[in-house]
Design a binder for this molecule. Structure first.
Ligand SMILES: Cc1cc2nc3c(=O)[nH]c(=O)nc-3n(C[C@H](O)[C@H](O)[C@H](O)COP(=O)(O)OP(=O)(O)OC[C@H]3O[C@@H](n4cnc5c(N)ncnc54)[C@H](O)[C@@H]3O)c2cc1C
Ligand code: SF4
Ligand code: SF4
Length: 396
């Protein structure tokens, strides 16, 4: 057994493709121990031997190896040739380049720090209830409803609140296949939910074509899997809706900051949002703003080096930045994303206006995308930092 990590970064563009031999051994060393792991659970769902577990607890959101035989750092099945986990991981080696080539037939240009896209719009659901229940314009929920109704997908991997209410504010993965289920999951929780983990439930319920709703880190899973030809597990995810994201918080923030310092009980919170400050609305009608600098200490560890603010590999990426609170900033990236958005505009399911009508929103997206990319370590895959200004050196 060799522990030397010396395998090709990329399949060559011409000639005989070199064999992809990377397994858990390399994943653990290069992604998890290197602190690049986001907790997206791509490796967990990809493992055909079910030997990768997932820690859902506060301070966790990390994968780990379940078998004791070779210890936590190596895998018996990997030694025998299984490579699924590294094929699935959207932080392993040249994930960004490979997913870009697969989705767009080209890599991003240096000035495309927010990823490759076709259109930017501001959108909102036409259905008042969907609009009202959505975090911003209710676009994500409107798309899910429309895509199910128009036979693009059978169900969505999405997120809910534990117990179906505000008692714990713990975000958990789940499946949405009806209007009730889609609306029950609407809105944003700012703690982590590895929505990919709902795939087992979806397949058990007999759904074959799935939409994945997820933060940027999760949006890169399927394109990375497709580009590395992982096979069966990547097939059910046919549509990818991304949520713009600069960080999630550890669940401990509720007790250790909101309750301990401000006396805000999570069971009394009805909505939260982040617009320059952490906004919290309480059941009794009170509204609180908490400085984001104060929240910083509870940033979930998996987010610290994440370079992708704009969900660059989603079909459609969605965010809440902009001068109007009740519109969703909508970045249309792929042909499939454009087809769905255009059909929804045409049949009146959503209202759209050009993104240019709020140039500040696009400028802010770019700024935040640069900020996230600058967190990617200089020692890791260098192409991810392409487009960033040269870092200022001491004495320069
Ligand atoms: C953790 C997090 C951080 C975000 N950070 C930013 C940001 O910095 N800037 C920005 O512009 N936008 C950010 N967003 C996106 C924004 O909050 C909205 O989700 C987006 O604008 C879509 O709004 P909507 O009204 O169209 O979606 P809705 O119709 O409300 O649908 C939202 C969908 O997101 C899912 N969801 C909610 N919470 C989670 C979660 N924790 N994990 C996984 N899925 C979830 C829901 O289940 C639902 O399907 C963030 C979202 C999340 C969840
Ligand atoms: S980034 Fe995702 S796929 Fe990669 S090791 Fe972490 S949880 Fe697994
Ligand atoms: S910042 Fe957002 S997209 Fe990045 S790892 Fe954290 S949750 Fe995922």
């Amino acid at each position: 057994m060799s522990t030397v990590i010396e395998t090709p970064d990329l399949p060559p563009t011409s000639g005989k493709a070199e064999r992809w031999t990377n397994q858990w051994l390399e994943l653990k060393a290069e992604v998890i121990d290197a602190k690049l792991c986001t907790g997206c659970a791509g490796c967990v769902i990809s493992c055909p031997h079910d030997v990768i577990g997932y820690n859902h607890e506060a301070g966790g959101y990390t994968p780990f190896h379940l078998e004791e035989e070779l210890g936590p750092d190596d895998c018996v099945h990997g030694q025998k040739g299984c490579t699924s986990c590294t094929r699935a991981c959207p932080r392993f080696r040249q994930w960004e380049h490979q997913a870009n080539e697969h989705l767009f037939d080209r890599d991003r240009e240096p000035d495309e720090v927010a990823g490759i896209y076709q259109d930017i719009l501001l959108t909102r659901a036409s259905d008042d209830m969907v609009h009202q229940m959505g975090q911003d314009g209710g676009l994500v929920s409107a798309i899910l409803l429309w895509a199910m109704e128009h036979d693009y997908v059978d169900a969505a991997l999405t997120s809910y609140l534990e117990n179906g209410d505000n008692s714990t504010w713990k975000a958990i993965p789940g499946v949405a296949a009806t209007r009730e289920e889609v609306l029950a999951g609407a809105g944003s929780r700012y703690t982590y939910s590895a929505n990919t983990l709902a795939i087992d439930e979806a397949l058990e319920r007999g759904f074959k074509r799935l939409a994945l709703v997820g933060m940027s880190c999760q949006s890169s899973i399927a394109p990375t899997m497709w580009s590395r030809k992982i096979g069966k597990i990547s097939k059910p995810i046919v549509f990818n809706i991304g949520l713009l994201c600069s960080k999630t918080f550890d669940d401990a923030i509720f007790e250790e900051l909101f309750w301990a310092k401000y006396g805000l009980a999570k069971s009394e919170m009805v909505k939260m949002n982040i617009k320059g400050v952490f906004q919290i609305w309480m059941r009794n009608g009170d509204y609180h703003e908490i400085n984001l600098k104060e929240c910083h200490a509870w940033t979930r560890e998996g987010c610290n080096h994440c370079p992708d603010f704009a969900a660059e590999h989603a079909d459609i990426s969605t965010g809440g930045i902009g001068k109007d609170n009740d519109w969703t900033l909508t970045i249309v990236r792929t042909d499939l994303g454009r087809e769905i958005i255009q059909r929804m505009i045409a049949d009146g399911s959503i209202i759209a206006r050009p993104g240019d009508s709020d140039p500040g929103a696009i400028a802010l997206m770019r700024k935040l995308a640069e900020k996230s990319r600058s967190r990617w370590p200089e020692t890791a895959e260098s192409s991810v930092r392409v487009g960033l200004p040269e870092p200022k050196r001491k004495g320069a």
